[in-house]
Design a protein around this ligand. Structure first.
Ligand code: BGC
Length: 720
């Protein structure tokens, strides 16, 4: 079967020859050892920690289980234990110069070795590239910037799953699919840690809203935790991540940072995490629980654990419990040699130019072309003589708010990038009248949301923004809508009227250059959505998480948060988040997971499986070809989904289990081979407490998105 993907139609140039086929093999490794091993082994570091702990007083140990000056660990100089600086993380390195600590009404000033860091595209933009190699470069760059600044522990990657569009921190995360997130995070961890900086997987676990984030109780069943909310953490841990941050929220009735179930059972025992666990900032309330939970360090201070002396005296906790915490803190720092490292601006600042290139490349590959009627894009220089640029983020570059915010330097606004690309053809107007809109050959309309930590934001745009969008679209049909947002927004009212839509997320300090390159056709878009965008928020599996009678607040509001009671969020959709929900419930999203157009077209063909009757652990190699049938070189992301139509439990209609991103010249085709194994067929059985693959029929679906499946086959699996 040969099907042309409904992308922008292109004329095949007769002169293009069919290039030689080559093979891309993308197999998932069997993880026998972590991708990253620290310079000092775990055992050696633990031995060192043992001897240091033996030399400490009880007071010193208690001091170490809390932080210092908001972003440091505590020091014991006489033992050579130095302060270690930590900083955020999810759009580059947040280089802090000062921090107002409300709890103590003091401002702490940080004397930094450097005065700025590169602002990168947001993590959701990185996820949209579906390019794990790029994730490694991106993260390696961030690691090197940490080395320049003397940051030993990077407080990222953020990696909670996208349960609904309104979560204010979606931009910091990797989308709705655990497999895609896991593949990107694996390389992210490797990229950061190979520079000698520790990566922190955050926020463990089920932290999927920022609506009164310290008071939300995620009520979520075990199967869902294992299949949806834990796999990306598992991938990070298996890659060798050396720190995990617990979440603000409660999980099934207990705050994650002091929950023995979350830390000891799920993180330590099931996922086998042995290194440093830290709390999120000001997120625990009971010293005894913190100490008993498997937690190691309370940030930014020991507030809950200030009563450690009393707890020890009364015999409620033992000194060995404190020793366990201190040893983990020290062993982690020793293994990565953090006590011996200093800021090295001379060595690493000269590499910033290289980092800027990785930031730019991420924006190029992360921008998603959602619509392109009549090939409005790329902009044709022969017929388009006047371009009007207007809307929300023409001058301001939004970067996501909160701990993730990175100001960057040499920021390039959309106005500047477009002026450079289109010269005198471009007119920039803040509030253009109907005549100005109608008289442009083409309009670039910037829309979006300013998402931030500590608050969710509505799926719907503010009324005045919607009115303006309608005004532009009603007056000029040749409009390209450019969306800057950290997640999905409501586009239903104007989607049909817009000829072209580019979903650009938050592009960082130089990402508007990538946008202009795509508009002008110098770069062929290749990003694909790591989320589904629904038609109405009511369609979303997360809908209804705000308690009845309450409304979304705007602004950071820790004070109100302290006043209010805990509220429950029932994860009633279970394992059906994102496309798993829309597919299984037969709800059509506006744009499906995995979707994104190109300026060229691709054709899928020749599916074959190496084995139609696999047993036990036998792998299946799935091969097919992808051909570029258009007239431009382009990148395609081929996706492999598995469907289990004969199951004793409810399973999503399909689940992503592998993918490959390939570059094809016009006329070129490549054979792609992707493997699948028993793990890909399994679900978590909460009764047996293990992964189970049932014997029976499975389908392999190959597509260019979760809803554009071009090739299909099946096999009979026997579990023996
Ligand atoms: C955020 C964390 C961050 C920490 C330190 C908290 O508000 O939730 O993600 O790492 O602050 O900045």
């Amino acid at each position: 079967m040969k099907i042309i993907i409904p992308t922008t139609p292109v004329i095949l140039l007769a002169s293009i020859s069919i290039l030689q086929s080559c093979t891309i093999v993308n197999t998932k490794d069997m993880k026998s050892k972590p991708l990253f091993e620290p310079p000092v082994s775990y055992n050696e570091a633990m031995n060192k920690a043992d001897s240091l702990v033996a030399a400490m007083t009880t007071e010193e140990k208690i001091m170490l289980i809390g932080g210092a000056d908001i972003f440091y660990t505590q020091a014991i100089e006489r033992l050579g234990i130095k302060r270690v600086f930590m900083s955020d993380a999810t759009m580059g390195v947040n280089l802090r110069d000062k921090f107002y600590d409300k709890s103590r009404d003091t401002t702490i000033e940080y004397n930094q070795a450097i005065d700025s860091t590169t602002s990168f595209p947001a993590a959701i933009s990185l996820a949209s590239t579906w390019n794990p190699d790029l994730a490694r470069h991106y993260a390696h760059s961030i690691g090197e910037q940490c080395r320049a600044a003397g940051i030993g522990i990077l407080l990222g990657p953020g990696m909670n799953m996208y349960r609904h569009a309104q979560c204010g921190r979606n931009f910091e995360y990797f989308g709705e699919d655990p497999f895609l997130a896991g593949k990107m995070i694996e390389q992210y961890v490797l990229g950061v840690q190979e520079t000698g900086v520790i990566a922190t997987l955050k926020h463990f676990v089920a932290n999927n809203t920022d609506y009164f984030r310290r008071k939300s109780n995620s009520v979520v069943d075990e199967r869902t935790l294992h299949e949806i909310y834990m796999p990306a953490f598992k991938a990070g841990i298996e890659a060798g991540a050396m720190a995990v941050m617990t979440a603000y929220n409660l999980v099934n009735g207990e705050w994650a940072g002091q929950s023995k179930y979350v830390i000891d059972s799920l993180l330590r025992k099931e996922l086998g995490f042995k290194w440093l666990v830290m709390t999120d900032w000001w997120s625990v309330y009971d010293g005894q629980k913190v100490i008993e939970s498997g937690q190691d360090i309370e940030m930014p201070y020991t507030i809950a654990a200030t009563n450690a002396q009393e707890l020890l005296a009364s015999g409620k906790v033992q000194e060995s419990d404190i020793d366990r915490m201190v040893k983990n803190i020290i062993a982690t720092c020793v293994a990565m040699e953090l006590y011996n490292k200093k800021a090295e601006p001379e060595k690493y600042v000269p590499r910033f130019a290289n980092h800027e290139n990785h930031a730019l490349q991420t924006a190029r590959e992360g921008i998603v072309l959602l619509k392109n009627k009549n090939n409005l894009l790329p902009i044709r220089s022969d017929t388009v003589k006047t371009i009007l640029l207007t809307g929300k983020f023409t001058d301001k570059i939004h970067k996501g708010g909160g701990a993730a915010h990175v100001e960057g330097y040499d920021n390039i606004s959309l106005s500047k990038a477009c002026a450079d690309a289109f010269g005198t053809k471009l007119k920039i107007r803040r509030n253009p009248g109907r005549w100005t809109i109608a008289n442009a050959d083409l309009v670039l309309l910037s829309v979006g949301t300013e998402d931030s930590e500590a608050r969710d934001r509505p799926f719907e745009l503010p009324r005045e923004d919607s009115v303006f969008i309608q005004k532009v679209l009603n007056n000029n049909e040749n409009t390209v809508v450019i969306v800057n947002s950290g997640g999905g927004i409501d586009m239903t009212a104007w989607n049909d009227k817009a000829k072209a839509i580019l979903y650009a997320w938050y592009t960082g300090q130089n990402g508007n250059v990538a946008l202009a390159e795509i508009l002008a056709g110098q770069v062929n878009p290749s990003g694909k959505l790591p989320i589904s965008i629904e038609k109405s928020f009511k369609d979303s599996p997360g809908y209804g998480y705000i308690p009845e009678g309450e409304e979304l607040y705007t602004g950071w509001n820790d004070d109100d948060e302290n006043q209010r009671d805990v509220y429950d969020i029932h994860y009633d959709e279970g394992v059906l988040i994102g496309y798993r929900w829309y597919d299984t419930k037969n709800i059509e999203p506006l744009y499906p997971f995995g979707f994104g157009l190109s300026y060229t077209s691709f054709e899928y063909d020749s599916l074959s499986l190496s084995n139609n009757k696999p047993n036990g652990d036998e792998e299946i190699m799935v091969s097919f070809t992808v051909k570029n049938t258009g007239s431009r070189a382009g990148k395609e992301i081929a996706q492999l989904y598995i469907s289990d139509p004969e199951s004793t439990v409810l399973r999503p209609l399909k689940e992503l289990k592998n993918f490959a991103k390939i570059h094809l010249q016009p006329g070129e085709h490549k054979k792609i081979t992707l493997n699948i194994n028993k793990e890909d067929l399994s679900f978590w059985d909460p009764n047996e407490k293990k992964w189970t693959a049932e014997s029976g029929k499975f389908q392999v679906l190959i597509g260019s998105s979760s809803r554009h499946i071009w090739l299909q086959s099946e096999f009979d699996y026997t579990n023996k």
